[in-house]
Design a binder for this molecule. Structure first.
Ligand SMILES: [Zn+2]
Length: 233
């Protein structure tokens, strides 16, 4: 498992005594036993096959309260770097701790897990398989972890846009702006990944018709790698 958000989720579950179950769950997930999985606010529902049976798994977590989300959004909007990191696919995990919140629980009792199988020793392998895939999902799209806690990506980004428009707290983190300077020299001296600079773009505007600005700009920046060749005739 990676050192990303999914890795952190797995580490939390392992520390809560799920290590051996997670290993079994990983095998089940690798074998394709998880037939479907959907995540909505506060709950993940999945169908997991086991032999001739298909079980229904649910993993619920308490959504952050409205005041808790308000404090998260304020903290994200106040720091350009936090929002930039979020858009680059990285959740500023430590920010939650600074706010006295935990993105992932530190007690299994905070997770409501049930499965239609008759395993008495919960969480069962089916739930562990779903946890494993959930971790992979968090790695690929950290916004899913935030959605699980009650704020979908679109709603969160639109709230951040509003907050940033209505506050003047856009003071950059020391060194943040300086690191952007390669943008201006990229055309003359192509760097290894010119589009990497997009991950440091200030986050306004956040989206254009639902697309991340950074993603829209990425092809243009990638083209900077290739010096213009002789005209084709
Ligand atoms: Zn089960």
């Amino acid at each position: 498992m990676s050192s990303g958000l999914g890795g952190q989720f797995v580490a939390v579950l392992e520390s809560l005594g799920m290590a051996s179950r997670l290993r079994q769950g990983r095998l089940a997930a690798r074998a394709g036993q998880v037939l479907s999985m959907s995540l909505s606010t506060s709950v993940v529902v999945a169908q997991v096959q086991d032999g001739s049976k298909t079980h229904r798994c649910r993993i619920g977590i308490k959504a952050f309260t409205k005041p808790e989300w308000n404090s998260v959004e304020k903290a994200l909007a106040a720091q350009a770097l936090y929002t930039a990191r979020l858009l680059a696919g990285e959740v500023p995990y430590e920010m939650f701790a600074d706010l006295g919140l935990r993105l992932f629980p530190d007690d299994l009792r905070e997770l409501a897990m049930d499965c239609t199988c008759d395993t008495w020793d919960m969480p069962c392998t089916h739930l562990a398989a779903v946890c494993h895939l959930l971790a992979e999902m968090f790695d690929q799209d950290p916004f899913q972890a935030l959605a699980w806690r009650g704020r979908g990506r679109d709603e969160l980004l639109s709230r951040l846009g509003e907050l940033r428009r209505t506050t003047r707290e856009t003071a950059p983190v020391k060194g943040f702006w300086r690191r952007q300077q390669p943008v201006t020299v990229a055309a003359a001296e192509p760097v290894e990944r010119p589009d990497a600079v997009l991950e440091e773009l200030p986050p306004l505007p956040l989206e254009l018709r639902g697309d991340r600005i950074a993603d829209l700009l990425r092809p243009a920046y990638r083209r900077l790698r290739t010096p213009p060749g002789p005209a084709q005739s």
